[in-house]
Design a protein around this ligand. Sequence first.
Ligand code: GLY
Length: 571
Amino acid sequence: MRLALRWQVLLWSFLLGAGSAIAADKPIPSTQAVQLAQRPGHAGIASANTLATQAGFEVLAKGGNAFDAAVAVASTLSVVEPESSGIGGGFMATMYVAAGKRTVFVDARETAPAAVNSKDYLNPDGSPNRDTALKGPLSAGIPGEPAGLAWLAKHYGKLPLNVSLAPAIRIASDGFKPDGRLLGSIKEEQNNFARWPASAEKFLPGGKVPAAGEIWRDPGQAHTLELLAKYGEAGFYSGETAQKLVEAVRAAGGNWTLKDLASYRVKERAPLTVDYRGYQVITAPPPSSGGVAIAEILNILSGFDLAKLDEAHRDHLVIEAMRRAFRDHNDYLGDPDFVKVPLNMLLSPYYADGLRQTILPDKATPSSMLAPSNGQDPGMHTTHFSIIDADGNMVAMTCTVNYTLGSTFVAAGTGVLLNDEMDDFALVPNKPNVYGLLGSKANAPEPGKRMLSSMSPSIVIGADRTAVIGSPGGSTIITQVLEGILAVIDGGDAHQAVGKKRFHHQFMPDVVMVEPGAFDAATTNALTQMGHTFKQREPWGFMNVVIWDRRSNKLDAASDPRREDGLGKVQ
Ligand code: GLY
């Protein structure tokens, strides 16, 4: 298949000639004469839930930095937005550490248990068993978020872990009013919760979906967070919590062991860096596929002068770049600790040159001309938040339990809702996962391996403006973050970046997914003439962005207007 793609690249290059790229980069205006601020002096946080943003500011007020605030925001989201992320799941964070002027990527992604067996995800007739892949304990990877939060506190924070976890513990104990999104998700999954007593106890108190406006408490999770606060990582991965997790999982047909939990390790990796129109985009490396795809798309686009084109031709080139990057997603990417990912090739400007030559300026390339793959549903799950603190430390963190409300399995006695991240592996080769993504052997499940992710927490560093950006949304994360980055680089503020109308192409199905208003009638018409086909979808994503303008020394924070419960705030 790879060989086929290379031949196609060569053939198209030959047919089109080397001069078919439209033009070169747009220069960035010089701002050298302006005095640039060295630190913001105040902070910005944007998250998907008001209580979580407030928890971040609470910890900053106690003397914490962006990394402590990230612990507070993520743990609070585990309580108030369990449909999207939690301590039963994992996260990926791209960070900027102001003191050392360095970037780092923290990988707290889940891992497969040692006893993982692909046959558990097949029906007796050999067809994929979507229930074991998405519901119950077999769908859950070993959680990474608790270890990741302890890691941030230990290596980057200024405050002890118990101080940063305090808001989440308080909210879980005292209770809160769930928002409509959480109540709607619980309603949708109530039949699954009813399958497991501890799930029903947590999510269906008194046997029913909590009513709007009712206070909802989560004493089980409060206790587990207290043990994490008191003993650090050991408070989750050994002792009481570990025992209970393993007992509950095994009693319900899962295969975790105490050793799986004790062996879990956070990984620090070098983030990917790509230069685009004078900006440095710092983004997620494998086992995320997101950063590689974003880098590949930006490398392709950097050979075009998008600003000189009308909207239809500009969108056409972006769609074609998306198509090609998603094609590579399926073939090459997996956990770099287990498989060799050809990053040098995928990120090479020469590789991008070759792909660019295959793009016709006025005509869509049928995906079938490039090679095979599949379709998806962006859903509402996973969460992203962005933080810049007064010293200029930055955290872009995307957290997930995978699909809405994860496995719907709560481990008895812990209050921990487990993820269903095992579905992010290519459990059955060439059969799509819940996002319609296919995978190859590179992303096959293996003991201790991390499943591929689309999470793309990113930081965009320009001469005088820096943005922290990310979003949930399955495979659409990648194109959302790309479009947000392009909006920032085009000069947009945080509200414009999160509000920009979205479109998405992921190679297969060969259709451009569009939210209402993404293209006006003339653009739709022109793109249709070029051969693109469209599928209208309800708005998707929940982007959260903080921007620091070093000329005015102003911070700007915004949460996606498509959802009501988010809060972007500067103070
Ligand atoms: N579970 C969604 C992702 O990591 O891409």
